[in-house]
Design a protein around this ligand. Structure first.
Ligand code: PAF
Length: 282
């Protein structure tokens, strides 16, 4: 389908009609908009693997806590649509909150233990919102494959669990974190950072790199890696650590010794902006 034919739909009825004329297999890239190179890399991967690509843009209110940044979350629909059209995306779905959660809405999808650790412990209800909206996006688009970024490592683990547990016939594809040249992981929330905070925010990458270097030099004591990450973060005056973790890649349980695939992850405030990042080692 030529670039100029990108379809943009909002209602479920429009989505159903547009979905009918897409070539199979269909790849879905779920987003909350304010697209950056990380999202574009997901679109490009989907285009390599699928005959049609659908991108959803929806700032999902149910995954934001009461004191989080829902109202302030950056939005620029015109720019996003221009970018997606230039990439040759076939269909963009931009539902409204009323379409996703009409009056009387009361059905939720909730992954249990895996969603209660790390981000789940810091942001109660967050993953319930994510899995509910992703299940609705999956049901609406019925893709063969769906694309997510490794930057949200726990989100990927939780969505994978949901897809398996609820028999969604959808392959979950995880794409590498895209970083700025200074190491900062791409995120729509980076838009909140002033230049000084942006510089300070590179401490997440530095802390993860320090732990990874120690692992590569032979360190297998998980607490030693957590201490290295904490110490690196503590040396940056503008950064305030929320947690650091060295956990089993599959269960996300904290480790004592590193014996297999391991997730190093952290959440850090820089000013009022909460940033997360991770490395996979082992
Ligand atoms: O990663 C995101 O942008 C969101 O959590 C997602 C997967 C689009 C669900 O709202």
């Amino acid at each position: 389908m030529p670039e100029s034919m990108m379809m943009i739909v909002s209602t479920l009825e429009e989505l159903r009609s547009a979905r009918l004329i897409l070539d199979e297999p269909v790849g879905l890239v779920p987003t909350m908009g304010y697209l950056h190179e990380g999202h574009l890399s997901l679109v490009q991967r989907a285009q390599e693997e699928c005959a049609s690509v659908v991108v959803s843009i929806f700032v999902n209110p149910t995954q934001f806590g009461p004191n989080e940044d829902l109202a302030a979350y950056p939005r620029d629909m015109e720019r996003d649509l221009r970018l997606l059209e230039s990439l040759g995306v076939n269909l963009v779905w931009t539902p409204t909150p009323e379409i996703m959660y009409p009056s009387g809405y009361q059905t939720w999808v909730q992954v249990e233990a895996l969603a209660e650790l790390l981000e789940g412990a810091m942001r109660p209800g967050h993953f319930r919102g994510v899995t509910t909206v992703v299940a609705k996006l999956f049901n609406g688009v019925r893709p063969a494959k769906a694309y997510f970024g490794q930057k949200d490592a726990q989100q990927v683990a939780v969505i994978r669990r949901m897809a398996r547990d609820l028999n969604f016939p959808i392959e979950i594809i995880v794409c590498p974190t895209v970083r700025e040249p200074d190491g900062l992981a791409m995120s729509s929330r980076n838009a909140y950072l002033d230049p000084e905070q942006h510089q300070a925010a590179t401490v997440l990458y530095r802390a993860l790199s320090t732990a990874k270097d120690a692992y590569e030099a032979g360190e297998r004591d998980a607490e030693k890696l957590r201490v290295l990450m904490r110490d690196t973060l503590a040396a940056e005056p503008l950064a305030e650590m929320q947690y650091v973790s060295c956990a089993d890649y599959d269960t996300l349980e904290e480790l004592e010794q590193i014996t297999g695939k391991t997730l190093l992850s952290m959440a850090v405030f820089v000013g009022k902006t909460r940033l997360i990042d991770n490395f996979v080692i082992g």
